[in-house]
Design a protein around this ligand. Structure first.
Ligand SMILES: [Fe+2]
Length: 349
């Protein structure tokens, strides 16, 4: 999603000018430009098959470590040496280690008690009443659309407050073993997605794109935080996913992410190597939260969502991702205030 900024948003974000570029920044601008054209092509289905997803991810990680390695070291040092101090400054004592720990690549919080959840549900609900079921500007697939516009992150503070709240952040940090960043390119770090088959002008054909099993390749590991903004039942096209251990078996059996192998996996292919009963289904009441490593757990969703599915989707990655998206996409500018904690600034900057 490329944000379109209003004058008010631009002046807010430009209050503190960025530091002047270093010599390395100037060189990196050139290497980014040279890579960007190939990077876009490599992320297409033929590109991924030609090069192999594994190889592309390894190459991108190496490049990003050269490009952003200094910042990566800062984030790692903060995790290794200052985590308790940073967490306490951010949210007071008692948030780390987290109450919710991801196991086998995932965890589901059904408590409805995560701080800030009520406000998030309320503010996202307002937007849903205003925009859901209508045509949108940010259409990922005809049946899968982002209801969010850039100004929402300032108009509805709960959207960022929730994902940066101490308990949610603690779960992501504990799993990733570093201080992560909220993605600024692909996938968007924050999306308010509506899956709605009724918005698809064409009758449903075979499942395609994110309706088929795949694993995200933007980083590994990474953490998605999915929040159900309304009740999600089987008629809503809920997320289906395979735990990491089951996914590992499937990767081996299918040769997934190797050269010549497709990014998307059909049910027929998947269920020839694992038992369909091993799939977990994220069909839960409004306010349920799924933490999942979508780069380690096969997943699909938005199948025949005749009852609309409303889901807030957040993505945490490391500083040095496994894709080249930063070479050709503008960074999403999260609003950061002077008074924000050091931890929140690290995550959003
Ligand atoms: Fe995905």
């Amino acid at each position: 999603m490329t944000p379109v900024l209003s004058d008010k948003a631009t002046s807010f974000l430009m209050a503190k000018p960025p530091p002047p570029p270093t010599f390395k920044d100037k060189i990196a601008k050139v290497t980014d430009r040279l890579l960007s054209k190939h990077a876009k092509q490599a992320l297409t289905d033929p590109g991924m098959q030609k090069w192999g997803i594994n190889n592309l991810m390894r190459a991108a990680k190496r490049y990003n470590r050269w490009r952003y390695g200094e910042r990566e070291k800062k984030h790692q040092k903060a995790y290794d040496k200052k985590l308790t101090e940073l967490m306490e400054e951010h949210g007071g004592p008692g948030h780390y280690p987290p109450k919710m720990v991801m196991q086998d690549g995932w965890a589901i919080d059904t408590s409805m008690s995560l701080p800030g959840l009520d406000r998030l549900l309320d503010e996202a609900g307002q937007v849903a009443r205003e925009r859901a079921g209508k045509s949108h500007t940010d259409v990922q697939q005809p049946y899968f659309r982002n209801l969010m516009v850039y100004e929402d992150v300032m108009k509805y503070p709960s959207w960022l407050d929730f994902v940066t709240s101490p308990d949610v952040l603690a779960t992501a940090i504990h799993y990733l073993k570093t201080i992560p960043v909220l993605s600024k390119t692909r996938p968007p770090g924050i999306r308010f997605m509506e899956s709605n088959q009724n918005l698809d002008p064409n009758p449903p054909g075979p499942f395609s794109e994110s309706q088929l099993y795949h694993m995200d390749l933007h980083d590994q590991p990474l953490v998605y935080v999915l929040v159900l903004i309304d009740d999600c039942t089987m008629e809503c096209g809920p997320w289906h996913f395979l735990p990491a251990s089951v996914s590992d078996r499937a990767i081996k059996a299918l040769g997934y992410q190797k050269r010549g192998v497709r990014y998307r996996v059909t049910d027929e292919e998947m269920y020839s190597v694992i038992d369909p009963k091993e799939a977990q289904i994220f069909a839960y009441p409004k306010g349920t939260v799924l933490f999942i490593d979508s780069s380690r757990c096969f997943h699909y969703g938005s199948r025949l969502s005749y009852k609309p599915r409303l889901q807030m989707m957040y993505a945490y990655t490391s500083v040095t991702r496994c894709d080249f998206s930063q070479t050709f996409m503008p960074a999403f500018p999260y609003p950061v205030k002077k008074t924000d904690s050091r931890l929140r600034k690290m995550v959003l900057k």
